[in-house]
Design a protein around this ligand. Structure first.
Ligand SMILES: C[S@@+](CC[C@H](N)C(=O)[O-])C[C@H]1O[C@@H](n2cnc3c(N)ncnc32)[C@H](O)[C@@H]1O
Length: 280
């Protein structure tokens, strides 16, 4: 990425602005900014290069490019991130949904019968909960302990006409009833992990990333408590860190889950584990 700055002070042509953004942050991200922030379609980018943009519009684009050059995630600048086929609103109050988390949704859809009751713990933008409720007829409850995250989730539910019950809760504290499947992508990064000072993670809420000193604290609490909230034979499906497979498998086994299985993500990294509650 080049780091030159751009001090435009007059109105400019669309093509000129796009080319400058492209030179600074690359074609893909420049396209995202121009289409999202200026409301210009991909086609117009090429057919209306001569369209004159007003100074405020030019400045909006320039500011966005500068934010990107400072390392801010493109999703926070545009306010959107794709998750499966859903265009989801995101803000710095929520984790930016990851591609690998789409795997959790696949696994839950495989394991859960129609009209099943599903709990998404730590819903953030609502990515998992909304995807589940859109792709299958399920009763979905979404939990987060952060009110701002639940507001983002509510906006996304509204935008996608998804029926999700939202509960503000410290994990299971305010959760009532039992579920056929419990799914969670909890914070699982160790507090001293140097990755927290790199890339997108620098801009994301620590409360969505850090799982205590070891990184395993939330995973342990969820794996332990979920057994009390699952129907007999229900499933717990969780995402974990690249190096946590052995510890997480032991937690599942120690708590008495059966049929423990795992799946690797697109980079061949162990990422998702699930197990069955006893009783059926
Ligand atoms: C890794 S993010 C996952 C967000 C979303 N599910 C996703 O996959 O994009 C973890 C989420 O757990 C929430 N969280 C952290 N501690 C929590 C707690 N004690 N109780 C409930 N939610 C919590 C955070 O606010 C955050 O939204």
């Amino acid at each position: 990425m080049k780091t030159q700055s751009c001090n435009t002070t007059t109105e400019q042509e669309l093509g000129q602005c796009f080319d400058r953004a492209k030179a600074q942050i690359g074609v893909d991200e420049a396209m995202l900014l121009v289409t999202r922030l200026l409301g210009v379609s991909f086609t117009e980018l090429y057919t209306e290069r001569g369209r004159v943009l007003s100074l405020p519009v030019v400045e909006t684009l320039n500011r966005a490019v500068q934010r990107r050059l400072c390392g801010e995630p493109i999703a926070y600048i545009t306010g959107y991130k794709m998750f499966r086929t859903l265009d989801l609103q995101v803000s710095p109050d929520v984790l930016i949904p990851r591609f690998e988390t789409e795997l959790l949704v696949d696994v839950v859809l495989d394991l859960t019968a129609d009209r099943g009751r599903v709990l998404d713990l730590g819903t953030g933008s609502g990515a998992i909960a909304i995807a589940l409720s859109k792709f299958r007829e399920l009763q979905v409850v979404a939990v987060d302990n952060d009110e701002r995250a639940l507001q983002v989730c509510a906006e996304n539910c509204k935008e996608h006409e998804a029926t999700v019950e939202m509960v503000r809760s410290n994990w299971f504290e305010n959760v009532r009833g039992r579920f056929d499947t419990i799914v969670s992508n909890p914070p699982y990064v160790a507090a001293d992990d140097p990755h927290l000072d790199e890339g997108d993670l620098r801009f994301e809420p620590p409360s969505a990333l850090v799982g205590g000193l070891s990184g395993l604290e939330h995973l342990e609490e969820i794996i332990h408590s979920a057994m009390n909230f699952l129907n007999p034979g229900g499933w717990l499906v969780i995402e974990h860190g690249y190096d946590q497979q052995t510890s997480v498998k032991k937690m599942f086994a120690d708590r008495g889950y059966s049929n423990i299985q795992q799946r690797r993500d697109y980079t061949d990294t162990p990422r998702v584990m699930w197990g069955r509650a006893h009783g059926r």
